[in-house]
Write a protein that binds this ligand. Sequence first.
Ligand SMILES: [Zn+2]
Length: 112
Amino acid sequence: MQWFQNLWQFIKQHLWRKELLFKVYKVDDLPENLISSRLYVVGEGDYLWYAAMLCPCNCQATLYMNLSPDEHPKWFLSADIHNNATLKPSIWRKVGCESHFWLRDGKIYWCK
Ligand SMILES: [Zn+2]
């Protein structure tokens, strides 16, 4: 069954990886080490403070998006039945890697 294990490894490393979707992951406090493909949502009860995720360009920067309606700029968060995250508007890092992308249905859509 060695061939099967090799195939499984290949699928996990190459095919599956690309299909990783950002899921909403609710926490009380942001963990020290974030896992990619998780959109951490920090809040209390129904009140959401902010969302955080690792930059999808792999620069290891943590991106913070305010969800509190009283502050600016703010983002609107939604999730589908599979918990795949959508954020509006787009996320644009103005420093470092300058990543600019949309997070929609858990997928990253890069802007030029
Ligand atoms: Zn980046």
